[in-house]
Each structure stands twice: as structure tokens, then as C-alpha cells.
Design a protein around this ligand. Sequence first.
Ligand code: SF4
Length: 120
Amino acid sequence: MQEKEIICISCPLGCHLKVTGRRGQDITVTGNQCIRGEIYGKEEFLAPTRIVTAVVRTNSAKYPYVPVKTDRPVIRARIPELLRELYRIKTSIPIQCGDVIIENYDETEVKVICTRSISE
Ligand code: SF4
């Protein structure tokens, strides 16, 4: 039996959740004030994910980096590998906010998109 304490980030209340259980068996969440906390607690317990933000190099001397983010959460264990790939990329300006840098990261259907427009 495993036990994990997690702060729910689904709303500003930040309930302190206690998640108990084992993979493949029943998972119990306590400390939540709503169903979203139960769902979040179970997801964090079984497969924690995060939206990834980073920067990608550009071909511009004036604006050498453009900020990017994933369009959905990525399994935490895969984040270092994604960051390594992003740091290898060099993109060209002009760039529009929302331009796609990676269309389908490693067959996960995760997109990496620019979060800023840059034109020289
Ligand atoms: S459990 Fe519900 S009320 Fe508590 S932080 Fe999460 S979303 Fe907010």
C-alpha cells in the first residue's frame, strides 16, 4: 500500500489530498472538497503530468529565443526527453503566437506551440 500527500491545483483553494492505494487496485482520496480533487489526486498518484513551458532558439540575433508550451499535459517522466528535443530545435522568424513547433511529440499527440509572436 502506498500513500502520497498532494496539493490539489485544480482551483485556488489548494486542498491537501491524501491518496492511498496501489496501482491496479482501488485508490482512495481524502481531503478533497469536490470531485475534481478526487480525479486530480488519482491522476497525480498514477501518472503525474505537467504542461511544459520552455524556450526554443531562433535564427534572430535580436530575439534569440521564443517561448513555447505544450498544448496538453505531458507525463512527467517524459519531460526531460521533450526538453532535450526542444533545446536542439532552431526555428526561423517571423513567428506567430500559436505556430506549431512540434506537431505530434513522439506519437503522443502533444503539440508544442509558440506563445509569442516575433517579427524583426
Ligand atoms: S479538491 Fe476541489 S475545492 Fe479542493 S482544491 Fe481541488 S478543485 Fe479546489
